[in-house]
Design a protein. Structure first.
Length: 329
């Protein structure tokens, strides 16, 4: 019976997303898989179904990562290089974790800006372990350059921080000390980090990664409440930008605000100018000024999640739980 129900869900997904032949996009609820535990198999299970998620818009809202266990593929293109790629993601389940194994190729076309990526995109072999039962820690954990922030349900990681600071090299790379002042925000309107229309680019080894809203995976037009689009390193889910409140849809808002006035010399470094969002330092958390906490998350019906926002910190401002070591770089 479980096998029959599972196949009906998969068939509905494929028909709804138009993935059966030409890979067109659609609204897809990523279904629950029947993948066996890697730690302690408990009995007969069915093989995971391979689901084409090319350009799919998700709809599932479960905060349990095990509900997304399955195999996923996509067929996409590097636009500027005119090359085809296949995205691969496998999500399996153990007693304590969901294991994301991916090649870091997205489920949408990429490298579509006027200027091509500095580093060519290359398929990778990455594995992340997402805690199945995340727990709020007694204190938050700051973001750092040493830890990836999240893995999305298309197998691409979120890596919010740039290794570029004013006055360090060309400002794009080389600033690896987290205490360095005036770290550039790659999502700022003044930024020039060579990202594509999905706020992503590649690292020197060719790893494609997002710096903010992926402009994929969820409908960003306010037509429906947003689904889960991924999981942070501490296990809490990442949601899109829209919530249903009082029968109406609205975009969730960050509680970070631009500082007032102009920048002062810090650590002997002085970029000058007003606080306009060019640097991470330009922002400050103002409790109650938006919907979300300092980590860019909130609890709804007792379930905590992070949200994609259209201003800093974009997805995560910190971790409310303890990041799993598999996200260490």
């Amino acid at each position: 019976m479980m096998r029959s129900v599972h196949m009906v869900l998969v068939l509905a997904l494929l028909l709804g997303s138009g993935c059966g032949s030409d890979g067109d996009s659609g609204d897809a609820e990523v279904p629950t898989g029947d993948t066996p535990s890697q730690d302690a198999p408990t009995g007969p299970t069915t093989e995971p179904t391979t689901i084409d998620i090319t350009d799919a818009l998700l709809s599932a809202v479960s905060g349990d990562c095990s509900d997304y266990a399955n195999a996923y593929v996509s067929t996409v293109r590097d636009i500027n290089r005119n090359m085809g790629f296949t995205g691969d993601l496998m999500i399996t389940v153990t007693d304590d974790h969901c294991v994301f194994s991916a090649n870091a190729i997205p489920n949408h076309d990429f490298n579509d800006s006027a200027r091509s990526f500095v580093n060519d995109t290359k398929a990778q072999s990455v594995t992340y372990r997402v805690p199945r039962a995340p727990v709020m820690a007694s204190s938050t954990t700051a973001l750092s350059l040493r830890t990836d922030n999240a893995i999305f349900l298309n197998g691409v990681k979120l890596d919010l921080l740039a290794a570029g600071c004013f006055g360090v090299g060309d400002g794009k790379i080389g600033c690896f000390q987290m205490g360095s002042p005036f770290r550039y925000d790659p999502m700022a309107v003044t930024a020039d980090f060579g990202t594509d229309s999905h706020n992503a680019h590649t690292q020197p080894d060719g790893t494609y990664h997002y710096h903010g809203n992926p402009n994929a995976l969820f409908a960003d037009d306010g037509s429906v409440a947003s689904p889960v689009i991924g999981f942070a390193a501490d296990g809490f889910p990442v949601m899109g930008s829209y919530i249903l409140e009082g029968g109406s849809l609205r975009r969730i808002t960050s509680s970070y605000q631009l500082k007032s006035g102009t920048r002062a010399t810090t650590g002997g470094v002085d970029p000058g100018g007003a606080f306009d969002g060019t640097f991470v330092d330009d922002w400050e958390f103002v409790a109650g000024s938006g919907d979300l906490d300092e980590c860019n998350g909130m609890s709804v019906d007792g379930a905590y999640a992070y949200y994609v926002t259209d201003s800093y910190p974009w997805v995560l401002g910190c971790f409310r739980g303890v990041p799993d070591g598999s996200f260490d770089k």
